[in-house]
Design a protein around this ligand. Structure first.
Ligand code: TYM
Length: 328
């Protein structure tokens, strides 16, 4: 059985973009692949976090994974910080990453270009830790949204570099992005990614938004003045974003949606997207509340960390032998 690894940072509020770009892929593949899905909490602290908020976001994220349909019987779910092998291999990966290649990572470049002060060293070396997250498990595939593809490419390069320098040790992973929805855009600025840290909450649908509030956000999404329903992300990015959201949530192909809306107005389409998002969130949140009220999370995380550690520790031991860090 081929293996998949992926993770999400417990920062801010999980969005519809995270669901469509990442979680829906996890669910789609959980029957066919051996999956390791973790909460990237050590990545979260690369920017300052309030401890109480981080704990709450972490709990919310695991409950949302479950509410979205991830099945702990099929998927190994765990907290990154519960498996110390991640940071142990992360250090070896950091020592095999060149400053030049970390400088080219667009997420870091974007943050530094914004002139943010006090960027941490952790934020800079984060892609090396992400490579460790993936390589520890010999992942064949890494399901992610488009914004994480470059980081997975670095993991590929690091795997190849290590394999060539020492001997074959790591599987070289392939990023998997969904055909539709690999990048969901802000509803207010359809040229910008919908993001957990979105300053403008009207542009972002959080999975824990009140369904009625989410519907309103869809109704006031920025579109265009062509007055013609077509799927053309270049020319009509706002409208195409809404069509993508509808297609992903309803599983109806884009061409069929466009055909159905021939000659109709944007208001009608927005209403359907809004209603679909409303129902999706309502059902998701009912499951989420039941999970939060239960006490299953702790056991799932404990079992997941044990299973993950077994594999991850073996890989670290192998790496330490090859590098010359362990004596026996
Ligand atoms: P993070 O937490 O920023 O995002 C989690 C996942 O959601 C996807 N995503 C989106 N997809 C479509 N449209 C959007 N608007 C959108 N916004 C986010 C991301 O591409 C990602 O798949 N570094 C990672 C976490 C990580 C990881 C890993 C992932 C750490 N180690 C190992 C895979 C494998 C991150 O910050 O994702």
């Amino acid at each position: 059985m081929k293996r998949m690894v992926s993770g999400i940072k417990p920062t801010g509020k999980l969005t519809l973009g995270n669901y469509i770009g990442a979680i829906s892929q996890f669910i789609q593949y959980q029957d066919e692949y051996e999956m390791f899905i973790f909460i990237a909490n050590q990545h979260a602290i690369t920017v300052a976090q309030d401890a109480k908020e981080l704990r709450q976001n972490t709990k919310n994220l695991i409950a949302l994974y479950l509410a979205c349909g991830l099945d702990p019987k099929k998927v190994t779910m765990f907290l990154q910080s519960d498996v110390p092998a991640h940071t142990t291999l992360g250090w070896v990966m950091t020592c095999n990453s060149y400053i030049g290649e970390l400088n080219r990572m667009t997420q870091f470049k974007d943050k530094s270009a914004k002139g943010e002060v006090n960027l941490t060293a952790g934020l800079y070396t984060y892609p090396s830790l992400m490579a460790a997250d993936i390589l520890l498990y010999d992942a064949d595939y890494v399901p992610v949204g488009v914004d994480q593809k470059q980081h997975v490419e670095l993991a590929r390069n690091l795997a190849e570099r290590f394999n060539n320098r020492y001997s074959p040790t790591f599987v070289v992973p392939t990023p998997l992005t969904p055909k539709i929805g690999a990048k969901i855009y802000s509803l207010q600025n359809p040229l910008k990614k919908m993001s957990k840290s979105e300053e403008d909450p009207k542009g972002t649908i959080a999975l824990l938004d009140e369904p009625a509030v989410a519907r309103k956000k869809i109704m006031s999404a920025v579109t265009d003045s062509f007055a013609c329903i077509a799927y053309d992300p270049q020319k009509q990015p706002g409208l195409s974003n809404l069509i993508q959201i509808l297609s992903c949530l309803s599983q109806e192909p884009i061409e069929e949606i466009v055909k159905r809306y021939e000659g109709k107005g944007y208001g009608e389409l927005k209403k359907e997207v809004g209603d679909t998002v409303y129902t999706f969130l309502e059902q998701l949140q009912a499951r989420y509340r039941a999970i939060m009220d239960s006490n299953i999370i702790e056991d799932i995380l404990k079992e997941g960390a044990q299973k993950a550690s077994l594999i991850a520790n073996k890989k670290v031991a192998k790496v330490h032998r090859k590098v010359g860090l362990s004596l026996f």
